[in-house]
Design a protein around this ligand. Structure first.
Ligand SMILES: [Ca+2]
Ligand SMILES: [Ca+2]
Length: 290
């Protein structure tokens, strides 16, 4: 009986026709941006019959994924193709189905594994869609894990829609260019770079020292002054960011693209101590203390 059409179906159809005639459209249930999961590849823990995972990103609410039955937990995952900022899911079931709840967790990550929890396990009502919002996170992979379903003992989704923050901006800036440095004072390194570009706008730059975020500046600032002991050798790179949280690639020093300046290191090579070596010249002799 799970796929039995609701008795309300004719009425629903009539309403849909009426709305179409007067040109009304439902307000977007999600943020202003496009559905980032549309047409994207899907992987699933299991399927039943012909109800494969690809049905969840085909844009057709009537086609659905159904997991193996009586085998919770079950999951479905979308690969967005690149890391983008997301903060909302709209999960749908066919519009003719009776309302039901599914208990589910949302996870995401820029790589997989690991995935981190974006929305903790909760019982969601599908009537026939469920909207789940969460703190914006930059992810490429996003997974829904289902542990219960009051309508049928399986995970079921007919559309898996993913949205980002209101700007709808999903394109990362270009990497900043021309990264260089000067030494304005002892123990100081002043980095400069040229502006990145973005389809909407660069709102900030993040400066990393030895692969750790060192500081951030606004999108109209193209310099950062760091203080480091002169005895340290520090490798820097800078990434650009837009308002939606999309982050550019880093300018990495090796292999340096022909047109790009290599990332500077501090102190200059002429002042760098020789690399440490650890080659004992004779067998180690244990030492003892009194
Ligand atoms: Ca579908
Ligand atoms: Ca952008």
């Amino acid at each position: 009986m799970k796929r039995k059409p609701s008795l309300l179906r004719p009425l629903a159809a009539a309403i849909a026709v009426a709305l179409a005639v007067i040109g009304w459209s439902a307000p977007p249930a999600a943020a202003a941006g496009p559905n980032l999961a549309a047409g994207k590849p899907v992987t699933v823990s299991s399927t039943t019959d012909v109800y494969g995972g690809g049905n969840a990103t085909d844009g057709n609410q009537a086609t659905y994924w159904e997991s193996a039955n009586n085998a919770f937990p079950q999951w479905i995952q979308v690969d967005l193709g690149s890391a983008v900022s997301v903060n909302e899911l709209v999960l749908k079931l066919p519009s003719t189905w009776e309302s039901r709840t599914q208990t589910l967790t949302v996870q995401g990550g820029t790589v997989n594994p690991p995935l981190t929890t974006l929305s903790a396990s909760a019982t969601r009502t599908f009537a026939p869609a469920a909207t789940i919002t969460f703190t914006a996170a930059t992810v490429r992979y996003i997974r829904v894990t289902v542990t219960a379903n009051t309508g049928w003992p399986a995970g079921q989704l007919s559309e898996f829609e993913v949205y980002g923050p209101g700007s709808g901006d999903t394109q990362a800036p270009t990497a900043p260019g021309g990264l260089a440095y000067t030494e304005p004072a002892s123990g100081q390194i002043k980095l400069t770079w040229t502006a990145a570009t973005d389809d909407v706008g660069v709102t900030g730059y993040d400066v990393y020292a030895n692969n750790t975020l060192r500081g951030s500046v606004a999108g109209n600032v193209l310099t950062y002054t760091d203080n480091q002991p002169g005895t340290l050798t520090v490798a820097y790179y800078v990434k650009a960011r837009d308002a939606a949280g999309n982050q550019s690639p880093a300018r990495t020093p090796s292999p340096a693209p022909a047109a790009a300046a290599p990332a500077p290191t501090w102190p200059p090579a002429s002042r760098s101590p020789p690399p440490p070596t650890c080659t004992p010249t004779s067998p180690r002799t244990p030492t003892t203390t009194a």
